[in-house]
Design a protein around this ligand. Structure first.
Ligand code: HEM
Length: 511
């Protein structure tokens, strides 16, 4: 009796959400899909009310009282243990469905539609609306996103278009190597390498965006550059806080939102300053009758007829996207290699075999460095820079794992949990780059997708990979990287992105 009442309740709930199971079943049947019998179709559709998950109060307790905001990646692992591959939780005012199984993540992404949306509720969007800024690629949606994605895709997704940046990036790598030498103590120790790699990341992406250098790796760093890096750090901390706080709390505790907006103000101002300066220099050269042949992204963007406000927001977001991502990945790679000297030696051997006596690699060399690629892949499996991605499917209700997820629900894709899932990866917490060569062991293709998949995946992937490969191969050519003799192990923490919790100190021994 209870069962029948439950079934009826479910059917009613589903029908309210405009997806009556009978209609759905008939739709599938008429489409010729392998539809389950009617009875099991009815049983299969469960609603969010049936989904397990912590109460709003206990999740809020975990987040705020037990430091869970910086441990969100670990809460993913706990969520799987407690509730299985799907659970719901209220992140402040936002109800979100967590999906922590590769096959289920695939189900979500295969239903994401023409113009995939990451998150509808982002405080990032609120800030732009408040200040009258345009959206960049990270925050734009629909046709507006598609237009810029297509324009930038031509210059960022095609391998040949990206290869041309190798000389520019190699110049930045040369400065990084010099800076590491300068920063070394008598024992060769460089403290807090992540902070050095922030500057490297910002200089790298700036060189691609502006085809000019902005001095991040100089001995004395421009004040505005330091402020930009600091603003990124603080903005990421404040992102989670401002999203988790209901808006009425913003009135009571205005500081997080105020600080968040100030950070973005500084970042937009930094980008605008550099764009205006660069384009003005170009205009002056044209006025003098000189030939201008820009090969940098800001130039391409400014030539497309997009409003300048769109150029400003896109460049701001690209600058932002190129800093922590590169810095974290570089830091974790060298951290792991310092603790696995045998892999470091094999990698150095691979690099020197390909370079045949040269010290500076080119983009074309990278194709012959499979271990280098597997190493970065393994690092991004263990430390995915974006530990949780998200999707909002706005067009229609979707079914995932037997649950009906109403349209506009925020779906959190638990990438950290899937990439450390022992059912997918043997010894999931171990650093084993060679696992990617084992043809006998295949992993679900959606288990470790650090750059995302599909239309909305990372547009900077090719640039990021080139930058990482050029920098890492060069560092290994110049130095032997050893752990800090007094160092302890460093864990990751969530700050929207996954970053090292403590300073990573490493020895760079001259070779
Ligand atoms: C190790 C380095 C990096 C990693 C792991 C990474 C990862 C990601 C991920 C997971 C996404 C979301 C994809 C999705 O929603 O499906 C993303 C989006 C994005 N990334 Fe990256 N990223 C990296 C470096 C970069 C760099 C260097 C840039 C800039 C040149 C960049 C620019 C972007 C942009 C603009 C988007 C938004 C794309 C869109 O919405 O269409 N990323 N990235």
């Amino acid at each position: 009796m209870i069962f029948v009442r439950r079934m009826l309740q479910q059917a009613l709930r589903v029908s309210v959400r405009s997806a009556f199971p009978l209609a759905k079943w008939m739709e599938r049947w008429t489409e010729g899909a392998a539809a389950p019998p009617l009875e099991s179709a009815l049983q299969a559709v469960r609603t969010l009310d049936d989904m397990p998950g912590p109460t709003a109060a206990s999740f809020a307790w975990d987040l705020f009282a037990r430091g869970g905001l910086s441990r969100l990646h670990e809460l993913q692992l706990k969520g799987v243990q407690r509730y299985g591959p799907m659970w719901k939780a209220s992140f402040g005012p936002i109800l979100t469905v967590h999906v922590a199984d590769p096959a289920l993540i695939e189900q979500v992404l295969r239903q994401e539609g023409q113009h995939p949306m990451r998150s509808d509720l982002s405080s990032w969007k609120d800030y732009r609306k408040l200040r009258g800024h345009h959206f960049g690629l990270l925050t734009a949606e629909g046709e507006e996103w598609q237009a810029v994605r297509s324009l930038l895709g031509k210059h960022m997704l095609r391998p040949k278009a990206v290869e041309v940046y190798d000389k520019t990036l190699n110049n930045v790598v040369s400065d990084l190597i010099a800076k590491l030498r300068l920063r070394r103590s008598a024992q060769g120790l460089v403290t807090d390498i992540t902070s050095e790699f922030y500057r490297f990341g910002l200089e790298g992406i700036s060189s691609v965006l502006f085809e000019s250098r902005i001095g991040c790796l100089d001995m004395v760093i421009p004040e505005e550059t330091e402020r930009f890096i600091q603003s990124i750090n603080t903005m990421f901390v404040m992102t989670l806080l401002t999203m988790a706080m209901p808006s009425w709390l913003h009135q009571l505790f205005p500081k997080p939102w105020k600080v968040f907006c100030q950070c973005w103000d500084d970042m937009f101002e930094f980008a605008k300053g550099h764009i205006d300066q660069r384009l003005m220099a170009e205009a002056e050269r044209i006025a003098r009758g000189e030939k201008v042949e820009g090969r940098y992204l800001t130039y391409f963007l400014s030539q497309t007829g997009l409003p300048m406000k769109t150029v400003y927001s896109n460049v701001t977001e690209l600058l932002l996207a190129g800093v922590d991502t590169i810095s974290s990945t570089m830091s974790w790679t060298l951290y792991e290699l310092s603790r696995h000297p045998e892999i470091q030696a094999a990698l150095r051997e691979e690099v020197s075999t390909v370079l045949e006596g040269r010290r500076v690699p080119e983009a074309s060399d990278v194709a012959h460095m499979p271990l280098l690629k597997a190493t970065v892949k393994e690092v991004l499996r263990l430390y995915p820079v974006i530990p949780a991605n998200a999707r909002v499917i706005a067009e229609k209700d979707i079914q995932v794992g037997g649950y009906l997820i109403p349209k506009n629900t925020l779906i959190t894709l638990c990438q950290f949990a899937t990439s450390r899932d022992p059912a997918v990866f043997q010894n999931p917490d171990d650093f084993l780059p060679h696992r990617w060569f084992n043809k006998d062991v295949t992993h679900h293709p959606y288990a470790s997708v650090p750059f995302g998949v599909g239309k909305r995946s990372c547009i900077g992937r090719r640039i990021a990979e080139l930058e990482l490969y050029l920098a890492l191969s060069r560092i290994l050519t110049e130095f032997e990287v050893k752990p800090d003799p007094e160092g302890v192990s460093v864990k990751p923490m969530t700050r929207t992105l996954l970053v090292p919790e403590n300073a990573i100190n490493l020895q760079f021994v001259e070779r």
